[in-house]
Write a protein that binds this ligand. Structure first.
Ligand code: 8YV
Length: 315
């Protein structure tokens, strides 16, 4: 049987590329110098798109592929896929939930600890000789026993909260409704109230048009000059202008961010700040998890072309 032609939007590790190339006729969008030319040439034959969470597939790409049947996303977030364009044509969409949950939660906790205890600055203190010349490293803020808020108690938010319990923290959360599986945490419907009651606010919401800038001026200012914002979801959940302004003026104490508007290019104002920890969108970036994500991307594509039920559909 002929290999189904697919469009690959972004690169994958070699251990995923090889089996993908073996099963499908892969056209590499990300390698094309002239992307429109590639779409004009191969678009009419494309039956599937393999993409990554942060890259998705926009309407122009989807419309350039009239025979498109399925989009398989390497990532739990599918907000970068134009779902409306998919619905209009009955195009299926899959993602990679569950396999990355624990690693994403781990990184969120690591970011909180690293930032609160000033570990990046402490490393520099040792390496640049400040320890020997200036003496003790400036004191930082404790984590254990303090108040944590989790904005979005889905799979990842729940795992973050579970880990926070190990630090004897007082945990509250916001979501569209109280969750039956969170009876030992305080439900606070309003994100501004949640921020008021938090020293550390984790953003773990699945991004959508409805959650865009849910963390705006009010939430940020409610978190306040002693508060820390940790984002392991999507940049669009936070009003970045409001965040930058609050970090620059001290209205917000600090932030630890894995995601940025326009990433991998980020607003240079972030680089000038010493109260922010910057991470390169790698919360799911362990070998174990990325292998499981790649497998799930292929499993969804293979199931589709075999006429079987999709393992992890979102549409
Ligand atoms: C990325 C993610 O997909 O799961 C998500 O939604 O954003 C990440 O796991 C990852 O950077 C791979 O592209």
């Amino acid at each position: 049987m002929d290999k189904p032609p697919i469009l690959q939007i972004g690169p994958y590790p070699q251990w995923d590329q090889e089996p993908l190339d073996a099963t499908f006729q892969v056209h590499r969008y990300f390698e094309a110098a002239d992307k429109e030319k590639l779409l004009a040439e191969v678009g009419p034959s494309i039956r599937a798109i393999a993409t990554r969470g942060e890259l998705g597939a926009n309407r122009a790409v989807i419309e350039a592929c009239p025979k498109l049947e399925v989009i398989s996303v390497y990532g739990v977030g599918f907000d970068a896929v134009d779902l409306q364009a998919c619905r209009e044509r009955g195009i299926r969409v899959t993602n990679t939930p569950d396999v990355l949950t624990n690693d994403v939660a781990d990184l969120g906790i690591a970011m909180m600890l690293c930032q609160s205890r000033g570990m990046i600055g402490a490393e520099t203190w040792v390496r640049d000789g400040s320890w020997a010349q200036k003496g003790l490293y400036p004191l930082k803020r404790r984590v254990w026993g303090r108040r944590a808020g989790v904005l979005g108690l889905g799979r990842i938010g729940f795992e973050v909260a579970k880990r926070l319990k190990g630090f004897d923290m007082q945990i509250a959360y916001s979501d569209v409704e109280a969750k039956p599986y969170a009876s030992d945490m305080t439900f606070v419907a309003d994100p501004v109230e949640l921020a008021k009651q938090s020293d550390f606010l984790f953003v773990t919401l699945a991004a959508s048009a409805a959650t865009r800038h849910i963390v705006g001026h009010k939430v940020i200012e409610a978190l306040g000059p002693e508060g820390m914002l940790i984002n392991i979801s999507r940049a669009s959940n936070i009003d970045e202008e409001a965040l930058l302004g609050a970090l620059e003026t001290g209205k917000l104490g600090s932030a630890a961010l894995d995601v940025f508007e326009g990433e991998p290019k980020l607003n240079p104002r972030f680089l000038a700040l010493d109260n922010v920890l910057l991470q390169p969108h790698h919360a799911s970036g362990t070998i174990e998890t990325r292998k499981a994500m790649g497998q799930l991307v292929r499993d969804n594509l293979t199931a589709h072309f075999a006429g079987q039920a999709l393992p992890t559909p979102v549409l």
